[in-house]
Design a protein around this ligand. Structure first.
Ligand code: RUG
Length: 837
């Protein structure tokens, strides 16, 4: 800006450009421009992808203008910045969402229409970045949207996996995984910042010595150095200028790495090293809710955490601040324990690289980090074998041991030597092999700890983090999850959005509480009819997709009974299928039985190594094969497994749901967010008192929620009283029949071996209380069927559900994090003198 151009000229270049206009004419010009000058094509030879790219670049230009303005504004003042550290971001396709948030969806549609093109057709061309497994990664994406919408300065840090979550295909009823090469057509939404890169050390050994000034020094000599390169994606808020950064790190070989090998002629070793480096950000681990204990996973975690902290320290110091005041520039949120090694890395950077005394470094660290726990499942709490940890991060092991030593000194006095408490709080676990407990490291190093729904936070305090709660109750709080209404309503359900806005205006999109103004229309016959019409239209559209994808024809007038989420025993898709079999048997036993027609839609991926989950998918498909074809059923029941559940498909499924299945064993689902999206789209919930279901039910009213099953407390009591699932099997003829049919091969061409493991685990173990909850579930489903017969009453309940879902916006969650944990304020970004569209 100082190189010969005067300020006014710069302003003109930035502002008065065809790259920034938002009207239809300018958009048309810009799309053509990009088609020529970015894609190098003209209309007659342009492909659908060329047009997609041209439009994407047109949108990106407008994002960049806001992005530059945001960065400038943040750097000019002194503002605390939120740094969200997450190993996963399940963003979903960008194009439609960015058009919504820029407020130019209609204009883009019109521009394309005038060019003889169709916006949906281009939107569908985008390959979504599936850089997450499920709820946790999707939450991070919703939070990025809300942070920008609330105009909060924020950076999301993560990993730019070359391969995201696998693509699922179903063959012969089984899940088959295929690699997700999401970058194969390029990615117009990111900017490679090759100039922003950091060296990351791995492995090797540590030496200590005393320098000339008598100060202890540490040298960590790694056996591998990897370079992390920043790839930035702009995240624009809804109808505001604020555009934050999602900075994802890609691993590469450092520039100079191969010199030695190359010089000595060992070319293949040089190439090998390059492959090892690139492997770190190669692929997302496809495990949801399970830890994997693999070296590469620890390397991934450390890699992105170290790049991110070095980046933050650089930003902080460039502002002329002292390293001791780091926490005044950044509040760093740990999304689960995946980035918890950040606590040790922060200490290493401060003590080894910036020469801080241990206590000063610890003060900075413990004022910087806050930790969100997302699970109570023991298999999801990360633990690292100490030897494995030492082989990757030898210096960090020393640091963790020192943190633990000092911490336990303090604790011992606090708990007056209670050995049980001391070992529960220790960051290092003892046993045949010693291990590091990442949740304990996160708790020790953070100033705030939160759960993700009221019940979950309570259970955390009573169970897995009980001793931590006793030690530092002031650190604990609850932050119930939320979802962004921009993607999950405005973008995915435009018809419902329009109908709602026609009654209460558009303010609800940013202030979801205002949905409550819909309540007064819940008895308005015209509105009820319009509501039902929209739902039917969405169901008809989904029916079309289902037939295209699976060849199964379904009736849009039937109940769309939907369970879409990762496949896991605790989520109990098999309980749902037992209900399907029970309805089927009622028909077989009495073909004239009155059955309210239903379409059961399942979707979700199973972790590739999770045998029971994969068996559940096979079971759903096997039952579907029999039920869908049996002439006695007369099409009244249909079972669909919709393959490759991802954000793109979720956006098509939620709007069509009548019934939302939230049937996890009470106490196991930390929160759930699909439950929120479905209810917000007008589905009624059948669910247990688990996770955020509890709060959803409180909000929508118990009369508008189908509740069944044991409570979390009853689950525990039943177990401690000696739960015997076999007893339920023997004493419930319908349940027995269903389980026997699965075992004896009725649904599997008389093969009585396939489902053996699944049935045995239900009959003799049943950790997730499927059999205990079966009857209560079936009875509750009968009430659902009864209720659905009265279409108007159902629609009224659906309206009340939506009207009362205001609490579950991620804007509300983020506001709570900002006010109560991060202590950050919004910083409106101005562009051409205004702060919003
Ligand atoms: O299973 C939980 C969900 O209940 C929750 O809604 C979501 C976001 O908070 O996180 C999910 N989760 C938990 N995913 N991975 C874990 C444990 O690593």
């Amino acid at each position: 800006q100082d190189k010969g151009l005067d300020k006014k000229e710069v302003q003109n270049v930035l502002v008065e450009d065809a790259r920034t206009g938002l009207d239809v004419e300018t958009l048309k010009k810009a799309i053509l421009n990009n088609l020529f000058y970015v894609q190098g094509k003209y209309p007659e030879i342009a492909t659908r992808n060329d047009y997609y790219m041209a439009l994407a670049y047109t949108v990106r230009d407008r994002l960049l203008q806001r992005w530059v303005a945001s960065v400038k504004q943040y750097l000019e003042g002194k503002h605390r910045i939120v740094s969200y550290l997450s190993a996963e971001y399940l963003l979903g396709p960008h194009l439609g969402n960015n058009l919504v948030n820029l407020g130019i969806y209609k204009e883009a549609e019109q521009a394309l229409h005038e060019m003889g093109l169709n916006l949906d057709w281009l939107i569908e061309k985008e390959i979504e970045p599936g850089l997450g497994n499920g709820g946790l990664g999707r939450l991070a994406a919703c939070y990025m949207d809300s942070l920008a919408t609330l105009e909060v300065p924020a950076i999301g840090y993560g990993i730019r996996y070359q391969f995201g979550i696998f693509e699922q295909d179903i063959r012969d009823g089984w899940q088959v995984e295929d690699t997700d090469n999401w970058l194969r057509r390029g990615n117009p939404w990111e900017i490679a910042r090759r100039e922003i890169s950091y060296d990351i050390k791995l492995g090797g050994y540590v030496q200590h010595y005393m320098d000339r000034d008598g100060k202890f020094r540490t040298i960590w000599t790694p056996d591998l150095i990897v370079k992390g390169v920043a790839y930035d994606t702009p995240i624009v808020g809804y109808k505001v200028n604020t555009t934050n950064t999602l900075r994802l790190w890609k691993s590469e070989a450092p520039n100079s790495f191969d010199f030695q090998s190359f010089n000595s002629g060992d070319y293949s070793n040089a190439v090998n090293q390059k492959i090892i480096c690139e492997n770190i950000s190669k692929v997302l681990y496809p495990n949801d809710e399970t830890r994997s204990g693999k070296v590469l996973r620890l390397q991934q975690q450390y890699f992105f955490v170290s790049c991110s902290l070095q980046d933050m320290i650089g930003i902080h110091l460039r502002q002329g601040e002292r390293i001791e005041d780091f926490q005044t520039t950044f509040a760093v949120q740990l999304n689960d324990t995946h980035p918890a090694v950040a606590i040790a890395e922060m200490m290493r950077l401060l003590v080894d690289e910036y020469d801080l005394e241990w206590v000063d470094a610890w003060r900075v660290t413990t004022r910087t980090f806050a930790y969100t726990n997302h699970t109570l499942l023991p298999e999801a709490l990360e633990k690292w074998d100490m030897e494995l940890f030492a082989s990757v991060l030898p210096r960090h092991l020393e640091i963790i041991q020192e943190i633990n030593r000092r911490f336990l000194d303090e604790v011992t006095v606090r708990v007056y030597g209670d050995q049980e408490k001391i070992s529960s709080l220790s960051i290092i676990g003892e046993g045949p092999r010693r291990y590091i407990k990442m949740a304990n490291l996160a708790c020790a190093g953070s100033f705030a700890i939160n759960g993700v729904a009221a019940l979950h936070t309570e259970l955390l305090k009573q169970t897995v983090l009980k001793d931590w709660y006793a030690l530092s109750p002031e650190k604990f709080s609850n932050k119930t999850n939320g979802v962004t209404p921009r993607r999950w309503m405005v973008l995915s359900n435009p018809k419902l959005t329009e109908l709602i806005s026609s009654k209460i205006g558009e303010n609800w999109i940013k202030h979801l509480d205002e949905l409550k103004n819909l309540e007064k229309f819940a008895d308005d016959p015209e509105f009820l009819q319009q509501w039902m019409d929209v739902k039917l239209e969405m169901k008809t559209q989904l029916a079309q997709r289902i037939v295209n994808r699976t060849n199964i024809k379904v009736d849009p007038e039937s109940i769309f009974d939907i369970q879409v989420k990762r496949i896991h025993e605790y989520k109990r898709q098999h309980l749902n299928i037992l209900h399907v079999i029970t309805l089927y048997n009622r028909i077989k036993q009495n073909p004239e039985a009155e059955i309210v027609p239903r379409t059961f839609v399942f979707a979700g991926k199973a972790a590739p190594g999770y045998k029971q989950a994969k068996l559940i998918i096979k079971l759903i498909n096997s039952v579907g094969e029999i039920v869908n074809k049996d002439p006695d059923v007369k099409g009244r029941l249909k079972v669909v497994f919709y393959p490759n559940y991802n954000v793109t498909n979720a956006q098509k499924i939620y709007p069509a749901a009548d019934l939302s299945e939230q049937i996890s064993t009470a106490g196991k689902e930390a929160s759930g967010t699909g439950n929120m999206k479905l209810s917000l789209n007008g589905a009624l919930t059948i669910g247990t008192l688990d996770g955020a279901n509890v709060e959803i039910r409180e909000c929508v009213g118990e009369e508008n929620f189908f509740l069944f099953g044991l409570t979390a407390e009853e689950v525990e009591n039943t177990k401690s009283d000696g739960y015997n699932p076999f007893h339920f099997y023997e004493n419930n003829p319908n349940l027995k029949l269903a389980l026997d049919q699965i075992s004896n091969g009725y649904f599997s061409h008389l093969d009585d071996t396939i489902f053996k493991d699944l049935i045995n685990s239900l009959l003799y173990d049943d950790q997730f209380m499927v059999l205990a909850d079966y009857q209560s579930y079936v009875d509750c489903q009968d009430q659902v069927a009864e209720a659905f017969k009265d279409k108007v009453k159902w629609a009224r309940m659906s309206i009340l559900n939506v009207a009362r879902m205001g609490k579950f916006s991620s804007d509300r969650s983020i506001r709570e994090y900002c006010d109560e944990i991060w202590k950050v304020k919004s910083v409106p970004v101005t562009l051409n003198g205004t702060s919003s569209k």
